[in-house]
Design a protein. Structure first.
Length: 251
């Protein structure tokens, strides 16, 4: 590791990855934002899914101040985060064949909707089956993944394919296999993962593109305001009432 504190070096690595994502994924970000805007304009619904830590970026765009009210979390019990005990169960469930099909069969997803699937490796059965099954329903799929895994690891799905092989649009997070940006002679393993930083930024870039694209078409984007600013709750109540049939995170 070169000169600089570990904190400095992590920031440098994260900023470098963000720069690459901005420059190299610009066309894909525009395409993804346009696809979501098309879906909203046509009356479709928006969903996001991620397992384990990949779920963090999915949750970040759901019921979010400054975000699209129409983004819904497609949750799979046991894999949404590390709150399940033991935490290792979540990783095991990602490799279970058929789990995605069971989730899709009981979800509100239907033809004309759009689903963002976030999976760093894209190699496990769950995200692959989720993409395959969603597209079979007539759902458009956007994948957010590290494409490097497809050339440096093997798939854990029976087809031998990765998430990236079953998407309408793919956003490459540029994260190296192993998701650890730093090394130090005194530490036996690489450390400091940056996938959450980059993936969350990609998701918010897509959301911003979606909102601006809708506005360019003369459609007011259904955005939420913070409940901690005056008038925020009234604003959100209006938006949720107008789009209530496309919002699934409230009873």
């Amino acid at each position: 590791m070169s000169d600089g504190t570990p904190a400095d070096l992590f920031f440098d690595a994260a900023i470098g990855l963000l720069q690459r994502a901005r420059d190299e994924e610009a066309a894909a970000i525009t395409a993804a934002g346009t696809l979501l805007a098309d879906t909203v304009a046509a009356g479709g619904r928006l969903f996001a899914f991620g397992a384990g830590h990949s779920s963090l970026a999915a949750q970040d765009v759901v019921y979010r101040a400054g975000g699209l009210a129409l983004m819904n979390l497609l949750a799979v019990p046991g894999v949404v985060g590390v709150d399940v005990t033991p935490a290792t169960l979540g990783s095991a469930l990602e490799r279970v064949d058929g789990l995605a099909s069971a989730v899709l069969d009981t979800s509100p997803l239907r033809a004309g909707d759009a689903l963002v699937i976030i999976s760093l490796s894209g190699r496990n059965a769950l995200p692959v089956e989720m993409a395959v099954g969603a597209r079979a329903l007539g759902v458009k799929v956007i994948g957010v993944t590290s494409v490097a895994y497809a050339s440096q690891t093997t798939s854990r799905h029976a087809s031998g394919t990765f998430l990236k092989d079953h998407c309408d649009i793919v956003l490459d997070s540029k994260i190296a296999v192993g998701d650890a940006e730093l090394t130090l002679d005194t530490i036996p393993a690489p450390f400091a993962p940056a996938s959450t930083v980059v993936t969350a930024a990609l998701m918010q870039a897509v959301m911003a593109t979606t909102a601006a694209t809708l506005a360019d078409r003369g459609i007011e984007p259904p955005l939420l305001r913070s409940g901690n600013v005056d008038g925020g709750h009234d604003w959100n109540r209006r938006v949720m009432t107008e789009y209530g049939d496309r919002i699934f995170y409230r009873s």
